[in-house]
Design a protein around this ligand. Structure first.
Ligand code: NOJ
Length: 737
């Protein structure tokens, strides 16, 4: 449809039709045959909303959505199609590892492929928009939603934000198999005070702009069609009603022209925040901020008309929002083809097809981070060994992460199934050892459901006894333990980030009879794993790996794939260090480990250094780095400097290495981070092979928010570090003039 036609269509809409374009309700209501009972009445949704709502969320399945679209359009006065949106976070039915794990690949191309598959499957299932990528910078492991982020680093997160948007949207969202992206949660949602979900955010303007905003900007520059508001406050103003944030920063400075949707109920939450007195004010603040769609608070549809009649808002404000929504529908091609790619046959053919499964397996294996590997216990031999596979995750198929809303557990491969199907000739024993959850602990899942252990004390003892017996008669133990999948994700903050006590007890009991323990850790966040390090020889962080998790783990355990993941988020020594991240600032009293004088920036009881730093991860092989060489030592204006290192595989296995470039601005007019990731390259080397890696550095990489808030470079000395993790000391220097 041409823009002229859209203008004409808008002019023909009644005010009720317009306002209802601006609401989003749950698809479940249509699935139940548009009855205003049950969930509809519970949410305050009436017949008119059902008839006119511009978009729905949370429903998928080609057959179902085609029917909903048909029924809806038939009775809509202008036959405008509705948009179907949902949270496709790490896959639709073929599930990929959680986003935090994907961050550890440092491989944007692969992440993009994963997003493209998610788009393909969900587009065939009728979807038009996914609420992804989530690019909230996450530096606090207590916050359950770190699992949805790409970790703690601005640059890495920006690269992955771009990759995901490109994967979902392709060149145009109209294309077959593409869906529109919605970057979220704008802005700063990843820094809730004390790590408690939905809590307020306190960030300096400089930190907010320099560290938190770039990943959203990267997604917007990549063309993300939508942005979602966040639940939190910024500068004491909740985002959804924050005019300066949305109109000035998002729209003017960042140049976003697409649809801005509120998070679920966030318009109404302006009242709970204490910034709006009532629904009228909540509606006014949100529309003044330029929020186009009210997701599920039903305030726009109940209040905007009245505000208009009272002259508090103008029709032009409404038109502006509705036009953006119509334009999105037009970009998706819905006026010509309201079903877009919904096709039941295609959906059946695509979901969980061989190609998608194999990408999921490949991606998962690249997300795993090998933290320790004493005596080279890994990889395990593929034959001739007696191995005990123990732990609640050995036979568990719920390995998707809490945002895999459409996943079917039965589709995934457990470690046990993978070992049995591997054809490796070891003598394997399998024992559960314990339940995933500690006795007495209940965790809320969706709705009113709670997960808990239902074992009796006697059954627990029996599990423990059999596990220890199996460990005793084996040469090695693979122990698969970790967090319950519902212990990370939305509303899953934790103050204690150690592994559950009863799992540690299992570990210690096994240690008494067998020291050859390899831990496979399932987790949605960095954990305090000091005890795990103490009582094991190897730790492989597997996160929540998705449909092909078991196969990918077995690929890595037995050396078919050499691990290459690097931590996208620091593993703290203990919760007391949090927030802890590599690109911290020097203080006036910085502390060198081992210094025995008192008045330094340090703890009395724990080290300053985290257990495992950002960018860290072992391989089965070893890489040797040459010193850093620069082609010049002075950079001015538009010049670039090339930094070169030679990386050699000096071990016995073929392997991939993430070569990381960090820059330190030694002196600035504001305090600068001790170093910042500015580039990386992932390379693959055969044993004995070496490669020259060249990084081209330019002035943009040196910019920061100056004292007067100009984003500029300041002349002076810079250090660059190139190595395999964020603590590398491989350094060179240059000046910017
Ligand atoms: C609330 C979450 O914060 C957001 O990320 C999600 O997209 C919406 N619910 C819709 O499910």
């Amino acid at each position: 449809m041409t823009q002229d036609k859209l203008i004409q269509l808008l002019a023909e809409l009644s005010i009720d039709e317009k306002i209802n374009q601006m609401i989003q309700i749950i698809g479940q209501i249509y699935e139940k045959g548009a009855m205003v009972t049950g969930p509809a009445s519970q949410y305050g949704i009436n017949e008119e909303n059902i008839r006119l709502a511009g978009s729905v969320l949370g429903s998928l399945g080609a057959k179902k959505l085609i029917k909903i679209q048909d029924d809806y359009m038939e009775q809509h006065p202008h036959h405008i199609p509705m948009i179907f949106m949902a949270d496709i976070i790490n896959g639709y039915r073929t599930i990929f590892p959680i986003p935090l794990a994907q961050g550890c690949t440092f491989n944007p191309d692969l992440v993009k492929e994963g997003a493209a598959v998610a788009a393909k499957e969900s587009a065939a299932a009728g979807l038009h928009v996914t609420f992804s990528p989530m690019v909230d910078l996450a530096r606090d492991a207590r916050w359950g939603r770190v699992m949805e982020s790409n970790g703690e680093d601005t640059y890495l997160s920006s690269c992955l934000a771009k990759a995901m948007v490109e994967g979902y949207q392709g060149k145009s969202v109209k294309e077959k198999g593409k869906i529109a992206a919605c970057v979220k949660h704008f802005a700063g949602y990843g820094a809730p005070t004390a790590g408690r979900d939905y809590n307020n955010v306190e960030l300096s303007e400089r930190t907010f702009k320099e560290d938190y905003l770039p990943a959203y900007k990267a997604a917007i520059d990549a063309g993300s069609e939508l942005v979602m508001t966040s639940f939190n406050t910024i500068n004491r103003i909740p985002s959804t009603g924050n005019k300066e944030l949305m109109r000035e920063i998002l729209r003017q400075e960042m140049g976003f022209t697409g649809v801005l949707i509120s998070d679920w109920g966030a318009v109404q939450e302006l009242i709970s925040h204490g910034i709006a007195e009532d629904n009228n004010e909540a509606a006014r603040l949100s529309i003044e901020a330029g929020v186009d769609i009210d997701m599920m608070s039903m305030i726009y549809c109940n209040r905007l008309k009245r505000l208009l009649e009272e002259g508090i808002i103008t029709e032009q404000m409404i038109d502006e929002c509705v036009m953006r929504i119509l334009q999105l529908k037009n970009k998706l091609g819905l006026f010509e083809n309201p079903y877009k790619d919904a096709d039941a046959e295609e959906e059946k053919r695509l979901i969980l097809c061989e190609e998608h499964r194999s990408l999921s397996r490949k991606l998962a294996a690249e997300t795993f981070v090998l933290l320790t590997n004493e005596d080279g216990i890994l990889p395990l031999p593929s034959e001739g060994k007696k191995i005990a596979f123990i732990g609640p995750y050995i036979a568990c198929k719920r390995i998707h992460g809490s945002w895999s809303l459409f996943a079917n557990q039965e589709d995934s491969v457990s470690i046990k199934e993978a070992v049995e199907g591997s054809g490796y000739l070891n003598h394997c024993l399998y024992e559960r050892g314990c339940d995933l959850l500690e006795p007495g602990i209940e965790i809320p899942e969706f709705g009113e459901v709670f997960a808990k252990s239902v074992l009796t004390e006697e059954e627990r003892q029996e599990l423990l006894y059999s596990a220890v017996a199996a460990a005793k008669e084996s040469e090695a133990v693979v122990l698969a333990i970790g967090e319950h999948p519902s212990q990370s994700g939305e509303a899953a903050s934790k103050a204690d980030i150690t592994v559950a006590r009863h799992q540690i007890e299992l570990l210690k009991e096994i240690w008494k009879v067998n020291h050859n323990i390899i831990i496979v850790l399932f987790n949605g966040r960095p954990l305090d794993i000091r005890e795990l390090c103490q009582y094991s020889k190897a730790i492989l962080v597997a996160w929540l790996p998705g449909t092909e998790g078991g196969n990918a783990i077995v690929d890595v355990l037995f050396g078919k794939v050499n691990p290459s993941g690097k931590l996208a988020m620091t593993f703290p020594y203990s919760v007391g260090q949090i927030p802890v991240f590599y690109n911290e600032f020097a203080t006036g009293r910085s502390y060198e480990e081992g210094d025995r004088t008192r008045f330094h920036s340090r703890y009395l009881d724990i080290p300053n250094k985290p257990l495992f730093p950002f960018g860290y991860g072992l391989s089965y092989t070893e890489f040797e780095y040459s010193g850093v060489e620069l082609d010049k030592n002075i950079m001015s204006d538009n010049q670039t400097i090339n930094a070169v290192v030679e990386v050699k595989n000096v071990g016995r296995y073929r392997g991939k290495e993430v070569v990381q470039l960090y820059i330190q601005d030694v002196k600035g007019n504001v305090v600068r981070p001790v170093r910042e990731l500015k580039s990386f390259q992932k390379i693959s080397l055969q044993p004995g092979e070496s490669k020259k890696i060249i990084f081209s550095m330019n002035r943009d990489m040196l910019k920061f928010y100056q004292q007067d808030m100009r984003y500029e470079v300041e002349a002076g000395l810079f250090r660059i570090y190139i190595g395999g993790d964020s603590t590398t000391k491989n350094v060179a220097e240059f000046h910017y003039r």
